[in-house]
Design a protein. Structure first.
Length: 135
């Protein structure tokens, strides 16, 4: 950072909290999710569009302390970027790792990005995103 008088601030921090691992084994309508949205071709699915993942029970493998994780809830965000940004978001309890995106939302486009956010009971969160296309 920079102070108001132009001096540069430099510091180091060490995370001391347990952070949830990212959701794994993510599938879109039984097809493995793309590792990132730059992958060509993106997974191509037909309806119904169901996004599911394995429950998160462990800490992040490289960031923060290791230990068990208690998930408070998951948040699934699905968005269509073109021609106009539209967003669908749902909060899911910790035992729910599967959601069928409403057909009415999927009917609005053919390319979608989604994000799964894991919110732990300690207040920390991690997220993962991917993309898919529909027929």
């Amino acid at each position: 950072g920079i102070t108001l008088d132009g001096r540069e601030l430099d510091s180091e921090v060490r995370l001391s909290h347990v952070l949830a691992a990212r959701p794994g084994n993510i599938r879109v309508s039984t097809i493995p999710a793309a590792a990132n949205c730059d992958v060509e071709p993106l997974p191509f699915v037909s309806g119904p569009v169901i996004i599911d993942w394995d429950p998160v029970t462990k800490s992040h493998p490289t960031i923060g302390k290791s230990g068990p994780v208690a998930v408070d809830h998951y948040e699934l965000v699905v968005e269509r970027e073109e021609p106009k940004l539209l967003i669908f978001s749902v909060t899911l309890p910790p035992g729910v790792t599967r959601f069928e995106v409403p057909d009415g939302f999927i009917a609005l486009g053919d390319a979608f990005k989604f994000e799964i956010i894991v919110r732990a009971t300690n207040g920390n969160q991690t997220a993962v995103e991917s993309c898919f296309e529909v027929e």
